[in-house]
Design a protein around this ligand. Structure first.
Ligand SMILES: Nc1ncnc2c1ncn2[C@@H]1O[C@H](COP(=O)(O)OP(=O)(O)OP(=O)(O)O)[C@@H](O)[C@H]1O
Ligand SMILES: [Mg+2]
Length: 325
């Protein structure tokens, strides 16, 4: 833990930016699936849970997570990976402009594994995905993709190269469909981004076969879709790109339960049937940790806890702070 950076990071968290507002859209998150009845909600405590008087602030959650943060060893991180690591982040210091947001992040995920990042607003979860995809400044550290001798250093690649050469696709936290294009054109765009338009059309048809909901709207402009339908479209477009690694920021945000389930079903398909490696951020910690093989709790730009998804679900501190338990 880099204590000298704490103050910088906590003031950074305060600024919140757009991420803060979208994060609090935890409407679809905790409250819809976090445990059911109104009574449950009233009793629950923790981040994003419960009634107004039981909800605790981002600052308080950050303080409490820092208090229970573990010293995470390299062995522990290695031990979580099935087989050899496929995506590796080592000693990453990164941020925006001159401001360092992430302090010495180490993360590893094996091929065909999924990893979920949880943590309070402003912790730096999206910034980890930004760093992997090349959207921000990396001050030091290294990101590699691939196993053994085939591992490629992608730290300095442009986002474009990351998609075409390293097979990384990114589903952003903020809405990213092209509103003036139809649903099918949006899907085809996934292929243009990879310079494979013909394959994209084929992949789009597979998606339409599978998701009649999107098929029924294929000639509609994306801007008339509901939030849930738009999220489906965004994830489907990433499918068309046929990446090896999928970065997904807040897949369930703002969605009602049936859409949340559908989104997680797609992700499950992607991981288990198509063998994709998934790194996701999820405000709905319960859903995210139930889905993911691995879970990391991030606070103030540092990894505070790392374990299997199940270990985190069983961790009483994680339960109290993030699962409303
Ligand atoms: N483009 C940017 N320029 C400058 N600062 C930024 C930018 N994006 C994020 N930050 C800052 O970096 C810090 C971490 O933000 P990040 O978006 O990674 O948090 P997060 O954990 O994803 O939060 P949330 O749950 O709200 O999405 C915040 O203090 C935020 O204000
Ligand atoms: Mg975020």
């Amino acid at each position: 833990m880099a204590d000298d950076n704490k103050s910088a990071s906590s003031s950074a968290s305060g600024t919140g930016g757009t991420s803060g507002t979208s994060g609090t859209g935890g409407t679809g998150g905790a409250s819809s699936t976090g445990g059911g009845s109104e009574n449950d909600k009233e009793r629950s405590t923790g981040y994003h849970m419960g009634s107004v008087d039981t909800v605790i602030s981002v600052e308080e959650v950050s303080k409490q997570v820092e208090a229970i943060a573990q010293d995470i060893t390299q062995e522990q991180i290695d031990g979580l990976v099935a087989g050899e690591p496929y995506l590796t982040i080592s000693g990453l210091h990164a941020g925006y402009g001159q401001m360092e947001i992430l302090h010495d992040i180490n993360l590893k995920v094996g091929r065909k594994q999924s990893l979920c990042l949880i943590g309070p607003n402003g912790a730096g979860k999206s910034t980890i995905l930004h760093s992997i995809f090349g959207f921000n400044n990396i001050f030091s550290g290294k990101i590699t993709v691939g196993t053994g001798a085939n591992a490629v250093d992608i730290t300095k690649m442009s986002p474009n190269e990351k998609l075409s050469k390293a097979g990384i696709a990114y589903i952003l936290q903020d809405k990213s469909v092209f509103p003036g294009m139809t649903v099918e054109e949006n899907l085809w765009m996934g292929g243009f981004l990879k310079n494979k338009p013909a394959e994209a059309k084929e992949a789009a048809e597979k998606i339409f076969d599978k998701y009649p909901r999107l098929a029924a709207r294929r000639k509609h402009l994306a801007k008339v879709l509901s939030g849930g339908e738009r999220r489906l479209l965004e994830i489907s477009r990433a499918l068309v790109m046929n990446p090896e690694i999928l970065l997904v920021d807040e897949p369930s945000i703002g969605l009602e339960p049936r859409f949340i389930d559908m989104v997680f079903e797609i992700l499950e398909d992607l991981q288990n049937k198509e063998g994709k490696t998934i790194v996701m951020v999820e405000q709905n910690a319960k859903k995210g940790l139930e889905f993911a093989d691995l879970g990391y709790v991030l606070v103030s730009g540092e990894v505070a806890i790392a374990g299997t998804g199940q270990e985190l679900l069983d961790n009483p501190n994680v339960g109290r702070l993030f699962l409303g338990g």
